[in-house]
Design a protein around this ligand. Structure first.
Ligand code: DX5
Ligand code: ZN
Length: 225
């Protein structure tokens, strides 16, 4: 199977946590990945779900799980998510002393590795590490809560990363997360993002599957021609 040119990843953070398996199924035909936000009430003030839920989701859905760890001490916890069958495990640069080493561990455990950059963190210090990663997640809000307003000034980081990736012929996706919706996805795609996380815009819609399709169309149109 060839990789899709653009990835749309609904975030379960905006779904009904009592019905996660059903919420995953609703977007299964249209989404590329399912984005799972793990928050520990330390790295971010919010608290969500952890490894047992990801293990269950893995059995309940065929969608690749894109796990976004907003936790302290990912060195201790991230590998478990890879071993649980996550497709991609992303941890925050701000929480990790040696991101390249943890990326190696994650790949050895069978998942892809992602590096996340929060709102107040510049991307430049991490550009040299990108060959160790499969995804670079650039927050377009401050990590911690869904439903926040998209911050267009974060797209400067997307452009910087995209230039570096293309110039170095690197193979990783630039993922944007936070406030991605029909009004914002085109400018994120034009800036060079090729993976789009959307929580409220998908699960807040009357028809989440149609919302995923609409987002994909807008992103594709933005980069076509
Ligand atoms: C927030 C999470 C996001 C969140 C985005 O820290 O990382 O994945 O679900 O939600 P929306 O799309 O509502 O901004
Ligand atoms: Zn996220």
């Amino acid at each position: 199977m060839t990789a899709p040119s653009l990835v749309v990843a609904p975030s379960l953070l905006a779904a009904d946590f009592a019905r996660l398996a059903d919420e995953a199924r609703v977007v299964e035909q249209d989404a590329d990945w399912l984005h799972v936000d793990v928050m520990d009430n330390h790295f971010v003030p919010n608290l969500t779900i952890g490894l047992p839920v990801v293990q269950s989701l893995r059995k309940a859905s065929d969608l690749p799980l894109d796990v976004h760890l907003m936790i302290e001490d990912p060195d201790r916890w991230a590998r478990g998510y890879a071993e649980a069958g996550a497709y991609n495990v992303t941890f925050h640069a701000e929480a990790c002393a040696d991101p390249a080493a943890l990326a190696r561990d994650l790949r050895a455990a069978g998942s892809r590795a992602g590096l996340a950059i929060d709102r107040d963190t510049p991307v430049e210090p991490y550009l040299e590490l990108l060959p160790h990663f499969d995804t670079l997640l650039i927050m377009t809000i401050k990590a911690g809560f869904g439903g926040q307003r998209f911050l267009p000034e974060m797209l400067a980081k997307v452009r910087t990363a995209r230039r570096h990736i293309d110039a170095g012929h690197l193979h990783l996706r630039v993922e944007v997360d936070g406030g991605i919706a029909e009004e914002t996805i085109a400018e994120a795609a034009q800036a060079g993002a090729d993976a789009f996380v959307a929580g409220t815009a998908v699960y807040g819609a009357d028809d989440p599957a149609a919302a995923v399709r609409a987002l994909r169309r807008l992103a594709e149109r933005a980069v076509a021609g």
